[in-house]
Design a protein around this ligand. Structure first.
Ligand code: SF4
Length: 365
């Protein structure tokens, strides 16, 4: 593929959320050395591929300050061939970006902001251990982002939170819709081993209630003009995340920073989360070279999560296999049962199929 995307991992956060197992820490003692090593690596890495999207994730990129983010972005923009209209996203959390900082970021070239709102109920923020912001900080962040000139704003919501109810979720949905973002991601809370929330053993809504919450989100966002283009992601027409679509469509990407993954051709690389090793210049490890069977399984897994599903012509070109013939039995079962739609060109899951997508995908791979 002659284009790629760049992911920059910023492993710092104002405080550590109770459920978080991402590579992030409130300890910023390494931040200047980290930014300098990031820019060194960006300038040293050579690629002929043009960059179609850039994504600063974390962690909380905005926590390290706009000046540092602009420095890193500048290194990328001056080192690679950047496609026209390149989508340049920074993740942000409420309480970590002020108006001046956002204006600087916009001027430097950032054109998309993805903000972690999660819920509009203070008690749920508390249950999640998100100690670094309040609900109104979230609204303020969006207001400042708009004033700074960001139109392409995505907001994150969570469901399946301890003590969350259909009513409190509805309140969060109204709050988020009131902020009028062009993109919304909604993820179910997962208890990850080793996190403070996991150790607290909270009572989570049961599976049926969580599935009902997913249906509630789906119905409300669709009724408000958002299309679900991936299991957990909704967008107004034309605002699907190009960067995330690349991951789901199996395109190349280069990850820079601790714990960042890259996919270049058939080879997957992973930088260890060890900050010292990163600062010492340790290169990413090769973790996997995908063979044809692995790529085919991954294609199915990722594409069935997308509303566009499997493109049969593309599938045949890539894997030299006729999708209809190979999966005749599964296609019939799921299409007849109303879990999927099978047309001449595509096979994709319906809402009913999306609710049981893990089982359906497992049946294909
Ligand atoms: S803001 Fe995000 S990355 Fe940072 S601690 Fe919370 S969940 Fe983790």
């Amino acid at each position: 593929m002659n284009d790629t995307a760049i992911y920059v991992h910023v492993p710092y956060c104002k405080s550590k959320c109770g459920y978080c197992d991402f590579c992030s820490s409130p300890d910023v003692s390494t931040v200047d050395a980290y930014v300098s090593e990031l820019t060194r690596r960006i300038k040293a890495y050579k690629t002929e591929q043009s960059v179609k999207s850039i994504y600063f994730g974390g962690g909380t990129p905005t926590y390290i300050g706009a000046d540092r983010l602009c420095l890193i972005l500048d290194a990328i923009l001056s080192s690679y061939s950047i496609s026209n209209g390149c989508e340049i996203t920074a993740e942000a959390n409420p309480g970590t970006a002020d108006l001046n900082g956002l204006k600087l970021m916009k001027k430097a070239g950032f054109n998309r902001l993805s903000a972690g709102i999660q819920t509009a109920n203070e008690s749920e923020l508390k249950a999640l251990g998100r100690a670094s912001h309040t609900v109104s900080d979230g609204a303020k962040l969006v207001e400042n982002a708009r004033e700074a000139g960001f139109e392409n704003i995505s907001l994150d919501l969570m469901y399946g939170i301890p003590k969350q109810t259909a009513e409190s979720l509805d309140h969060s949905l109204d709050f988020v819709l009131g902020l009028n973002p062009v993109h919304i991601s909604a993820y179910a809370l997962k208890l990850e081993e080793g996190t403070p929330l996991y150790r607290q053993k909270p009572v989570l809504p049961d599976d049926d209630t969580t599935a009902d919450m997913y249906a509630q989100i789906n119905a409300k966002l669709k009724a408000n003009g958002y299309n679900r283009y991936e299991i957990s992601n909704y967008a107004k027409p034309g605002y699907e995340s190009r960067h995330n679509l690349r991951y789901w469509q199996g395109g190349d990407y280069i990850g820079i920073g601790v714990s960042a993954a890259s996919l270049i051709g058939n080879v997957r690389y992973l930088q260890s989360p060890d900050m010292k090793a990163f600062l010492d210049g340790k290169a990413p490890d090769t973790v996997e070279t995908l063979d044809d069977a692995g790529r085919e399984a991954e294609y199915i897994m990722l594409h069935l999560r997308l509303s566009t599903g499997i493109d049969k012509k593309e599938y045949k070109e890539k894997f030299k296999v006729d999708f209809d013939k190979k999966f005749e039995k599964q296609i019939k079962t799921y299409a007849d049962g109303g879990f999927a739609v099978n047309t001449k060109d595509r096979f994709y899951l319906t809402d009913k199929g999306i609710f049981v997508s893990n089982a359906v995908i497992a049946d294909f791979i």
